[in-house]
Design a protein around this ligand. Structure first.
Ligand code: GSH
Length: 203
């Protein structure tokens, strides 16, 4: 498996997932700040010119949530996704899709001070998103109960990212506690610590 990555990007989330699973892979730094993502060789992998991307057996997987879901299913022994046929799978999908389809666009637009009508855009408005975050955040443990998994990496990772970037400037005590639990995980810490200077061979 080849993981196209940059330490200052959303690829830290997929790096975190790979570390939780502790699976062998090749880590390839794409320095998007130096424009390496616009190279034809990378565009052939991801025409969106974005990291992360994962290539496994010649199949390209892009989008943080898709990569995490793919990895959770590829390594079922780690228990990071509920069984494929169980109803818990519905809850799991909700968290995976909500993060990319609703949370991210809403916070991005809010940050840009762009307001769109809640009724007709898929991400609603800030009030609805904040209520949903409050309702969906687990009071204790993890999204799927006592078992940490891919839904926490995607949903919790998006919340953490939103707090860090000031998109979610005043998280409720419940959300702040969940983010604290997430950040205490050794694999989270290992994936979020690398600095710019640790990029192999520099730029
Ligand atoms: N929706 C994508 C977003 C990925 C993304 O925006 N990556 C940024 C870094 S955080 C990137 O590669 N930016 C380079 C560019 O767009 O030029 C995902 O979930 O993977």
């Amino acid at each position: 498996m080849k993981h196209y990555y940059h330490p200052m990007s959303r690829a830290v989330t997929t790096d975190w997932m790979l570390r939780e699973l502790n699976v062998e892979h090749e880590q390839i730094v794409v320095d998007y700040m130096a424009g390496q993502n616009h190279a034809d060789t990378f565009k052939a992998i991801n025409p969106m010119e974005k990291v992360p991307a994962l290539v496994d057996d010649g199949i390209v997987i892009t989008e943080v949530a898709a990569i995490c879901a793919y990895l959770a299913d590829k390594f079922p022994q780690a228990g990071m996704a509920p069984p494929i046929t169980g109803s818990e799978r519905g809850r799991y999908y909700r968290y995976l899709f909500f993060s990319g389809n609703t949370l991210e666009p809403m916070f991005t637009l809010q940050n840009e001070k762009l307001h769109t009508p809640a009724q007709s855009v898929g991400w609603g408005d800030l009030k609805r998103v904040l209520s949903s975050i409050e309702e969906m955040t687990p009071t204790e443990d993890w999204v799927m109960g006592d078992r940490f998994g891919a839904a926490d990496i995607v949903f919790g990772g998006t919340l953490d990212f939103s707090v860090q970037f000031g998109w979610l400037s005043q998280p409720s005590p419940k959300v702040a506690d969940y983010v604290r639990r997430i950040k205490a995980r050794p694999a989270y810490q290992a994936s979020h610590e690398p600095s710019w200077h640790q990029i192999p061979d520099g730029k």
